[in-house]
Design a protein around this ligand. Structure first.
Ligand code: URA
Length: 223
């Protein structure tokens, strides 16, 4: 899923499936492919994402939360979707779970938040903080994949089941898969619990601490 054309095609196929179609010989999307390729710089990509209206979430958002951090970060965190604080500020992880994530980055990894990159699976807030639908996640995914392609992180920490699932297509429950390193073509992924889960279940902090120790070792080894 490298460009918006594929995302739009997938979105339209999902919509047709929801309407009851099992098969279509019609190619539903006809726009010129060149209009749908994503730009090759982070700044231009951000500009395009800020103007995005490809899914329903664009109607209720206040701000698009593109992501922030070091554009050359070796370490990237991917969460699920902006919440209300993020939606009002246009920045990822700035609410209560963001405070916890920042503490994890600073106190466990001994890094500055601005030296990593933080993004989400979807860039606009789902109403009532519900989980993004597959259509929303797949429609937004090309932006994240392009961010990853441009930033070139060595290690991605997938925060929670949604981030892990859409980054890998693996549906193994997060409780079974957390802490297990997975080598992808250009980077390694380590899934762990989402900070908002930790706010609800503080006893799971120990497991996330263990996962972050692995991250620290990998970062020191320069991978
Ligand atoms: N939760 C997320 O998954 N992402 C954010 O940016 C904030 C809360």
């Amino acid at each position: 899923m490298k460009n918006l054309k594929n995302a739009l095609l997938l979105k339209q196929l999902y919509q047709l499936k929801q309407l009851g179609f099992n098969y279509t010989s019609v190619f539903p999307y006809k726009e010129e492919e060149s209009n749908l390729l994503l730009p090759n710089t982070l700044e231009k990509l951000k500009k395009q994402a800020l103007e995005c209206h490809l899914c329903e979430l664009s109607k209720s958002r206040t701000h698009v939360v593109f992501g922030e951090g070091d554009p050359h970060a070796a370490l990237m965190f991917v969460g699920e979707a902006p919440g209300s604080s993020e939606d009002s500020m246009g920045k990822p992880f700035v609410g209560r779970s963001g405070e916890l994530l920042t503490k994890m980055i600073e106190n466990v990894l001994h890094l500055k938040r601005e030296n990593v990159y933080i993004a989400n699976i979807v860039k606009c807030r789902p109403p009532n903080n519900r989980t993004p639908t597959p259509i929303e996640a797949h429609t937004c995914q090309p932006y994240l994949l392009k961010q990853i392609e441009l930033i070139k992180p060595k290690l991605i920490v997938a925060l929670g089941a949604t981030a892990y699932h859409y980054l890998t297509e693996d549906e193994t429950p997060i409780s079974k898969i957390r802490g297990i390193l997975q080598q992808q073509e250009n980077y390694t992924i380590i899934p762990t619990y989402h900070p908002s889960y930790l706010l609800r279940n503080p006893s799971a902090k120990k497991e996330v601490f263990d996962d972050l120790l692995k991250v620290a070792v990998l970062m020191k080894s320069k991978l």
